[in-house]
Design a protein around this ligand. Structure first.
Ligand SMILES: C[S@@+](CC[C@H](N)C(=O)[O-])C[C@H]1O[C@@H](n2cnc3c(N)ncnc32)[C@H](O)[C@@H]1O
Length: 339
């Protein structure tokens, strides 16, 4: 179960207290209504950013942390990175990078809302995060128009989908890819619309010479989206804090944050990829049922039988989003007639 680090949680509690619980509650309800309609506020008030920190940040932080962990496991960067984080919000990426121990030389955070930038500054200060962060408090288009240096990693999380025109979302993604001398990473909500956007960005990245790093173990067409008519997404369970329950009045002790993502690289590295678990592993009478995306581009529904004791033990530990362990990949190649 994911949760925000205690220093960040304490800072958010302070912020909510300063703004006033009643006002944060009203802003949280307003934000919730907007997000449920697939919209986003044009201008964040201080009440809204406090509500965002208490109600949305635990989920976006959890998704970012899972994504950054997967990315770091595959790329294993050898030096501190220079990162461009657009739609930065309260510096969610920088907070997640600390959580997974990713070394950042400098993060340039582009965020148009003053209130959101101030929240980010406050959280970074309270948590004593030493990362050098340069805020660009402006519209992303203004930032991109000025051109400028390229970055080891460009991150766009929970932002492109908020751009109203779909053609502009794709155009912006392409401009951001141009700013990436190494890697580009995009995260969106785990909805059909979020997945469609991530799929189209993935296609653009491959067409423009990128190699998909995570989550897909291949650069080909997505079988999940085509043959299986599903939307490829992942899930992380997020613990609900006392503060969250006080604000929205719901009693549940956790919620599921569903997300879609893609990361591509300009580097022609042969990533070791054995496949990925793309659904909840399920225990049945016959064994562990897995949905696996394979390096040959296929999505397979497989059951690891109980009689395969060693493999079954490995399969029991797998979670949605995990890489397929090499032993299981080898076994699958034998079972399914190779790739
Ligand atoms: C949903 S929040 C995501 C924040 C953060 N990336 C996260 O994952 O928690 C989107 C942020 O992007 C900012 N934003 C939206 N459109 C923007 C634009 N055109 N230029 C700069 N910032 C923008 C909003 O102000 C908001 O803070």
């Amino acid at each position: 179960m994911s949760s925000l680090p205690s220093d960040i949680l304490a800072a958010i509690e302070d912020i909510v207290q300063q703004v006033g619980l009643g006002r944060v509650r009203a802003a949280a309800a307003q934000l919730g209504r907007l997000y449920a309609q697939g919209k986003a506020p044009r201008e964040f008030t201080h009440e809204m950013v406090a509500a965002y920190a208490a109600m949305r940040l635990p989920g976006t932080f959890a998704a970012m942390t899972s994504v950054m962990q997967a990315w770091k496991d595959h790329v294993a960067p050898q030096r501190a990175l220079r990162v461009l984080d657009v739609f930065a919000g309260p510096a969610t990426f920088v907070l997640a990078a600390r959580a997974v121990g990713l070394e950042i030389a400098e993060a340039v955070c582009v965020e148009r809302s003053c209130a959101m930038r101030q929240l980010g500054e406050e959280l970074l200060r309270s948590a004593r995060i030493p990362t050098r962060v340069a805020w660009r408090n402006e519209e992303l288009t203004e930032f991109l128009e000025r051109g400028g240096p390229s970055f080891d990693l460009v991150v766009a999380s929970y932002g492109l989908g908020e751009i109203p025109a779909p053609w502009r979302q794709r155009e912006l993604a392409s401009e951001l890819w141009r700013c990436a001398q190494g890697h580009f990473l995009c995260v969106e909500p785990g909805t059909p619309a979020g997945s469609e956007l991530v799929q189209s960005i993935r296609t653009m990245l491959v067409e423009q010479g990128g190699t998909v790093v995570v989550p897909c173990p291949h650069n080909g067409r997505c079988a999940y989206a085509t043959a299986h008519r599903g939307w490829c997404h992942f899930n992380v369970r997020v613990g609900r804090t006392h503060l969250t329950r006080v604000i929205d009045g719901a009693e549940a002790s956790f919620e599921d944050e569903k997300y879609c993502f893609v990361a591509a690289s300009r580097e022609k590295v042969a990533w070791r990829q054995d496949g990925r678990i793309v659904g909840h592993p399920r225990l049945s009478q016959a064994g562990m049922q897995l949905v696996v995306c394979l390096p040959n581009g296929e999505v397979k529904y497989v059951t690891v039988p109980k009689r395969e004791k060693h493999l079954y033990r490995i399969a029991r530990k797998l979670r949605w989003g995990d890489s397929l362990p090499p032993e299981l990949h080898l076994w699958l190649r034998g079972e399914c007639g190779g790739e």
